[in-house]
Design a protein around this ligand. Structure first.
Ligand code: CP
Length: 299
């Protein structure tokens, strides 16, 4: 596997291998990537993905070259195409971590790249490394993946983490997915077709209360203001689902709340002290998953 583009490309053998490497790295850090260079090329803002990949590379003994706002600080500002930028950065780095505003950008980059391209989020498309760390979080927190009931909540139309996680869950047994959203932010038909093909049971609902006591994972997402055409349209959707302490009390005893972050106001701060609030632990696990991916791709 040279490039990491979409969650459908992972099989359980690959996922288990990455989880095994990540588990070992949680116990003991190694520095096998001395002499290797990672380029992080980000056309969209990021806190977790860029910092965790960069931290992962440094912890593994490698080095980084980086632009946090490629639209402004790289030659894209002068009109350079993504393909030309990739052809050039190929000469300077052993792996390129790419976040882009356009769906399909990582696939385009991979088509001209001699070094591995890792999709770190492409517009409203996918975020496959987030799906891996989300699944690792579920495994670490609940001990199992097969058989879980998970509610994916919020902006299912634009949320690339939702898209990748739904595709990845399609590889596991007896999963039940509840897609919880208002009508205008429903999950796309391509994902539903894929889940039907893979025998994954799912329901689309609007009322979170009706399933809150049954799910093992509550996966909340931000309503993505930057993807709406007008502020008025965004404002109509922004307060649809809010997780507060009263709601958390209705959850199963052994269940968790996840969120890819950043959050705005869709999980109240009062929830953070609950043992069920797994979202900051989720970001922590992300470091080890990204270390494992870099080790796998570069060693
Ligand atoms: N979860 C995630 O992709 O966060 P960032 O946008 O901060 O990288």
């Amino acid at each position: 596997m040279n490039h990491i583009i979409e969650a459908q490309q992972f099989d359980q053998k690959f996922v288990n291998k990455i989880f095994s490497i990540a588990g070992n790295l949680e116990k003991k850090t190694e520095t096998p990537l001395k002499g290797k260079i990672m380029a992080s090329l980000f056309y969209e803002p990021s806190t977790r993905t860029r910092f965790s990949f960069e931290s992962a590379m440094l912890r593994l003994g490698g080095s980084i070259i980086t632009t946090e706002n490629a639209k402004e600080f790289s030659s894209v500002a002068k009109g350079e195409t993504l393909e030309d930028s990739i052809r050039v950065i190929d000469n300077y780095a052993d792996v390129i971590i790419l976040r882009h505003n356009e769906e399909g950008a990582s696939r385009r980059a991979a088509s001209v790249s001699d070094v591995p391209i890792v999709n770190a989020g492409d517009g409203t498309g996918q975020h496959p490394t987030q799906a891996l760390l989300d699944l690792y979080t579920i495994k670490r927190e609940l001990g199992v993946i097969d058989g879980i009931r998970i509610a994916l909540i919020g902006d299912l139309k634009h949320g690339r983490t939702i898209h990748s996680l739904a595709y990845l869950l399609g590889k596991y047994k007896n999963i039940k997915i509840y897609f919880v959203s208002i009508k205008t932010l429903k999950v796309g038909d391509d994902i539903k077709r894929y889940l039907i093909k893979h025998g994954v049971v799912f329901e689309e609902i609007e009322n979170l209360d009706s399933i809150i006591g049954h799910v093992d994972v509550l996966y909340q997402t931000r309503i993505q203001k930057e993807r709406f055409k007008t502020n008025k349209e965004y404002k109509k959707c922004r307060s649809c689902y809010r997780i507060d302490s009263t709601l958390v009390e209705k959850m199963k005893q052994k269940s968790i709340i996840m969120h890819p972050l950043p959050r705005v106001d869709e999980i109240l701060f009062e929830v953070d002290s609950s043992p069920k609030a797994a979202y900051f632990r989720q970001a922590h696990y992300g470091l080890f998953i990204r270390m494992a991916l870099l080790k796998y791709l570069l060693e």
